[in-house]
Write a protein of this length. Structure first.
Length: 91
């Protein structure tokens, strides 16, 4: 069982959409101002919003909290984007 590139791309794209949408809708802040306001590196936010590479769990947790969400609530938004059948593991 191994991650597939296609699935990781889908996960990163869903995460990117959720972060970008919530940043704009909930805070109305630019990436720079958002990062400054919540102590999150601007480059981390940009990388996530562009679906480039991986990010640390702690960064995602900080972002969720910045939106006033519990981590589980935030991940719920990502799961909604991915759909019920999404899995990273091929069986």
């Amino acid at each position: 069982m191994q991650y597939t590139n296609e699935k990781i791309i889908c996960l990163n794209q869903a995460l990117a959409e959720v972060v970008r949408t919530l940043r704009i809708e909930r805070t109305g802040l630019s990436v720079n101002k958002f990062g400054e306001s919540y102590g999150i590196e601007k480059n981390n936010i940009l990388r996530i919003e562009k679906a480039n590479g991986y990010c640390k769990l702690i960064t995602i947790w900080q972002i969720a909290n910045a939106f006033g969400l519990k981590f589980s609530e935030f991940i719920g938004y990502v799961e909604e984007k991915l759909g019920d059948d999404f899995t990273l593991i091929d069986e």
